[in-house]
Write a protein that binds this ligand. Structure first.
Ligand SMILES: Cc1ncc(COP(=O)(O)O)c(C=O)c1O
Length: 384
């Protein structure tokens, strides 16, 4: 696995600090900067012609690259700004009429995914304790089941197969939020037979902000009619017809003008992920998270994320007194990670992190907890 350390050169920030926040904003590949310059060159030199030379198609061509990473066939994944928008588009395909108006999810779902459904007066939201309870809560009144593949707070991998099976049995659809799994935990949306999958690129995919994505199962994409739609979702956008006629396949889930610079930047990250391969990344990730767990155990620090490899995503959660202060002190010592209120300090190594960086991090953590150095940062609050 040492050969993966050779990739460190491609991520400039790794030279300046111990970068362990890949579950939030992964390191920027140097190639992303070159892509952004290429975008600027196109804008400067090609002007309006750039739309016909690739820009207009980016939500689909970049979506196809995501598709290769998540096991989706070409033409079934399209790019959006973020998960919130992608989930709203999914919801807009359904009318919550009569008895089928329930949304079933677990409490640990990412907040914006919760807020989106809570804000709709026609929906009845049922929030349950864990993934097992989701399966039990799905019934004939359930419309959608928006779930996280890997939970954001403690990186626990959810048992999604029984949820998808139960939802289909009850006539409900599943929206799988893969933000915390794509690029670090292998999965295949086709094999899972999931209805929708959503995610973004800032985390393990190393693609930066503004490049969210939506996969729609191909048979559903032909049938569903999103009411949140724009001219890119029309069968003939450049005919500027007054009446809506949906484009075929996943294109109908598009809205308006795409976020071109973000899509230029994002592919630099996807290229590296494809080159290394998610299976190899997972193998490395399991080795690194195991090392972290062993070091934390040896230092007498409390683990807040799962131990079992099958349930372990890419992040390790450490429970400490005053996680906000500990996080701030780690930052001052050149170790970049984060914390979540009521959870603990999150440490998310990617394939390019070294064993030495992890040993150093746990040694510093132990010192900060033991010495009480965190108490210097009483005003620390959760951000990013
Ligand atoms: C599981 C999960 N879903 C969604 C998001 C973000 O959603 P959005 O793209 O709407 O900002 C995050 C983290 O930022 C996340 O961890």
């Amino acid at each position: 696995m040492d050969e993966l350390l050779a990739y460190r050169d491609r991520f400039p920030i790794l030279q300046d600090c111990v970068y362990l926040i890949n579950h939030s904003l992964a390191a920027m590949p140097a190639a992303a900067e070159a892509r952004l310059l290429e975008y600027a060159r196109m804008w400067r030199e090609r002007g309006i012609r750039a739309w016909g030379e690739g820009w207009w198609e980016l939500p689909v061509t970049v979506g196809d690259q995501i598709g290769r990473i998540i096991g989706a066939p070409p033409g079934s994944t399209v790019m959006h700004q973020n998960v919130t928008v992608a989930e709203e588009i999914v919801l807009s395909c359904f009318r919550a009429t009569g008895a089928r108006n329930r949304i079933v999810y677990e409490e640990a779902n990412f907040p914006s995914v919760r807020y989106l459904y809570q804000a709709k007066p026609d929906l009845e939201v049922v929030a349950v304790e864990n993934d097992e309870a989701i399966t039990a809560a799905i019934d004939e009144r359930t419309l959608l089941v928006p779930i996280s593949h890997v939970l954001f707070k403690n990186a626990e991998i959810q048992d999604v197969v029984p949820i998808i099976e139960r939802a289909h049995e009850a006539g409900a659809h599943v929206v799988l939020d893969c933000y915390q799994s794509a690029g670090v935990v292998p999965f295949d949306v086709t094999a899972l037979d999931v209805d929708f999958a959503v995610g973004g690129s800032v985390k393990w995919l190393c693609g930066g902000p503004g490049a969210g994505w939506l996969y729609v199962r191909p048979d559903l994409a032909e049938r569903l009619e999103p009411t949140f739609v724009g001219w890119q979702g029309h069968a003939r956008p450049f005919a500027f017809e007054p009446e809506l006629e949906y484009a075929a396949g996943a294109r109908r889930f598009l809205t308006g003008t795409p976020n071109v610079p973000a899509l230029y930047a994002a592919t630099a990250g996807y290229d590296v992920i494809e080159e290394v391969g998610v299976e190899r990344i997972r193998e490395r990730s399991l080795a690194l998270t195991q090392l972290l767990i062993d070091e934390l155990d040896a230092a007498g620090l409390e683990l807040g994320s799962p131990r079992e490899p099958a349930r372990r995503g890419g992040t390790v959660l450490v429970r400490t007194p005053d996680a906000a202060g500990v996080h701030r002190e780690l930052g001052e010592r050149g170790i970049i990670c984060d914390f979540r209120p009521d959870a603990g300090v999150r440490i998310g190594p990617h394939f390019y992190n070294s064993e030495d960086e992890l040993r150093q991090t746990v040694a510093q953590l132990a010192d900060i907890v033991e010495s009480g150095a965190y108490a210097r940062h009483r005003d620390a609050v959760a951000r990013f």
